[in-house]
Ligand binder design. Structure first.
Ligand code: RIB
Ligand code: CA
Length: 305
């Protein structure tokens, strides 16, 4: 499976990189970054640190520093000042590639057939690439995104963070014509890294589990302070996990529209669960998750390093 991972690391993004990088059956063509959990300079630096810590050979492309229309939204209250607080990295040699992430997406996708594009941040880079080079859509097997919600949001009552970060970009991607798989809060919020999960992963006792546990201890602390949750939801790696084990996440195809009107519902993903609107179904929406199977997969991933 060939993938491009577009992300904003970010604690859970880092684990998504770790999960994809642990698999011999996945070829990561490149990692793209954008502003989100922190500024694009910091998320790029974080992506570079994570791959070099894990010994992964993957090029990293810095992308957009802000959404299409709005000011950048960053989230230090959850991910800290660095965007990956809780762990320290040495100074590594690999730097970001010179090419912009949007140009990389346009050029790289045209070179391959059937690439899976995974987004775990705002969808700005991908939306711009689709507008710049519309033919890339034919080269995308599917888009698997962490974002949205059938129910409540997390950054506003209506919206999930990644979609609210750039709802216009999400609307472009959701309607680009290739299969879109939305892994939203309805399932990711069931996957909480409770202290028992951290204890289990600590037992793996290698570099990968050190990184996982260091990150998750910080993430759990801020999730508790900010949302009152007993553990941080491990949102982003569930995109990758859904590709590795098709029984792990259940999807239902339905019509989804992204609200990008000004107002309280900006960023909401309106999911026509019952099909009442009689509109063409455009998105496979995650409706259920096997949480225990997810932890088994994460543990297997850590052991692979
Ligand atoms: O709402 C969850 C998403 O927002 C995740 O991608 C996480 O990294 C945060 O940025
Ligand atoms: Ca993210």
């Amino acid at each position: 499976m060939k993938i491009i991972l577009d992300c904003d690391p970010g604690h859970d993004d880092a684990i998504a990189i770790m999960l994809a990088g642990s698999r011999k059956d996945i070829e990561i063509l490149g990692i793209c970054t954008e502003a989100g959990n922190q500024t694009v300079e910091k998320t790029t630096n974080n992506a570079l640190n994570v791959i070099q810590y894990l010994g992964l050979k993957v090029p990293v492309y810095k992308g957009c520093d802000r959404p299409l229309l709005r000011n950048a939204l960053i989230c230090p209250e959850i991910h800290g000042e660095s965007g990956l607080d809780g762990v320290d990295f040495p100074t590594y040699p690999q730097k970001a590639e010179k090419k912009h992430a949007v140009n990389f997406l346009c050029e790289e996708l045209l070179k391959h057939e059937a690439v899976t594009v995974i987004t775990t941040g705002a969808m700005t880079n991908l939306a711009l690439a689709i507008r710049l080079e519309p033919k890339i859509v034919e080269h995308i097997e599917k888009i698997v995104l962490m974002g949205g919600s059938m129910g409540a949001g997390n950054i506003s009552p209506a919206a999930e963070f990644n979609i609210l970060a750039d709802a216009e970009a999400a609307a472009i991607c959701f309607n680009c014509g290739c299969p879109v798989y939305m892994v939203g809060l309805d399932v990711t919020r069931q996957c909480m890294v409770l202290p028992s999960v951290v204890e289990r992963m600590e037992k793996v006792h290698n570099r990968a589990s050190d990184l996982f546990c260091g990150l998750m201890k910080f993430f759990n602390k801020t999730q508790k302070e900010f949302f009152g949750l007993p553990g941080g939801p491990l949102h982003d790696p569930l995109t990758v996990a859904s590709l590795l084990d098709s029984s792990l996440v259940t999807f239902k195809k339905m019509f989804v529209s992204v609200d990008h009107n000004e107002g309280q519902s900006y960023g909401r993903t309106n999911c026509d669960i019952t099909g009442n609107l009689k509109q063409k179904e455009n998105v496979y929406v995650a409706t259920a998750v096997d949480v225990e199977a997810y932890w088994d997969l994460i543990e297997k991933c850590l052991k692979a390093y």
